[in-house]
Design a protein around this ligand. Structure first.
Ligand code: FMN
Length: 237
């Protein structure tokens, strides 16, 4: 199985929590025998979709624009057995870079193919990847992922095989929480293995992966302490 991960965080790999969770997931996938590749969307030029439908009318299945999405990333997406779409939560959903990437996969769709009762467009390509979505958010509640989850389910339907959502992302590096963090990261690795071996993540793994690191009141206090310290260090009063 060939897994291609697309990480849309703008942060460097040492800072990005999307990257932390993504790489644990991919480590697990490799343990189960998959080959993996990570593409950092911040390194590429991805223009916004023009909405011209040229990919449906003129140059069928190809984008009219000249940029890294049309000339490189689209092919990488197509060659994957599983594409991992890894995005930080920005304002309750995927960030703009991931949205631009998904919008630019419109050439995959065929407007003439038969449409199901709920609408939508089938693919024009014979082989398109299954999709696993992976996301992190700073707040300490799993409900933060509801809009993204609904969005991804509606976009990918049956092709969506896994959703890996980790809250309290910015607390993953706090030393005193490391015993719980280690359990979470081990569960993320197991999720990667299960996706390769079983095509889905087991419920126990998901429960371990989404477990709280501390009660909400403690998380809130730690967040306040962190930001106070950051503001003070920056020299503001
Ligand atoms: C513009 C912006 C919007 C954000 N919106 C949310 C949000 O709605 N909910 C949340 O829990 N965290 C939110 N965050 C926090 C990020 O999800 C969090 O810092 C995450 O770790 C970023 O991922 P990264 O480290 O891979 O870049 C936001 C961050 C930014 C910069």
């Amino acid at each position: 199985m060939q897994i291609v991960a697309f990480n849309s965080s703008p942060r460097d790999n040492e800072t990005s929590k999307t990257e932390l969770i993504l790489q644990k997931f991919l480590e697990g996938a490799r343990r189960a025998g998959a080959s993996t590749e990570t593409i950092y969307l911040r390194q590429y030029k991805i223009k916004d979709c023009l909405g011209c439908f040229s990919c449906w009318i003129k140059d069928l299945g190809r984008c009219v624009q000249k940029d890294d999405m049309a000339e490189l990333l689209f092919e990488h997406y197509l060659k994957a057995d599983v594409a991992v779409l890894a995005t930080p939560i920005y304002y309750m959903t995927m960030n703009a870079r991931m949205k631009a990437f998904i919008d630019r996969t419109l050439p995959l769709m065929d407007p003439l193919a038969e449409v199901g009762p709920e609408g939508g467009h089938p693919y024009r390509y014979e082989k398109v990847p299954k999709v696993a979505v992976l996301s992190v958010c700073a707040f300490w509640d799993q409900s933060m992922f509801q809009p993204l989850s609904l969005n991804m389910k509606m976009i990918f339907g049956q092709d969506l095989i896994a959703e890996i959502y980790r809250h309290s992302s910015e607390a993953l590096g706090i030393p005193r929480l490391q015993p719980q963090v280690d359990k979470v990261l081990a569960a993320v690795g197991r999720a990667g293995e299960e996706v390769v071996r079983e095509g889905k993540v087991q419920e126990e793994t998901m429960a371990a992966l989404t477990q709280d690191l501390a009660p909400a009141t403690v998380m809130m206090e730690m967040a306040r302490e962190y930001w106070t310290q950051m503001v003070e260090q920056a020299g503001h009063k």
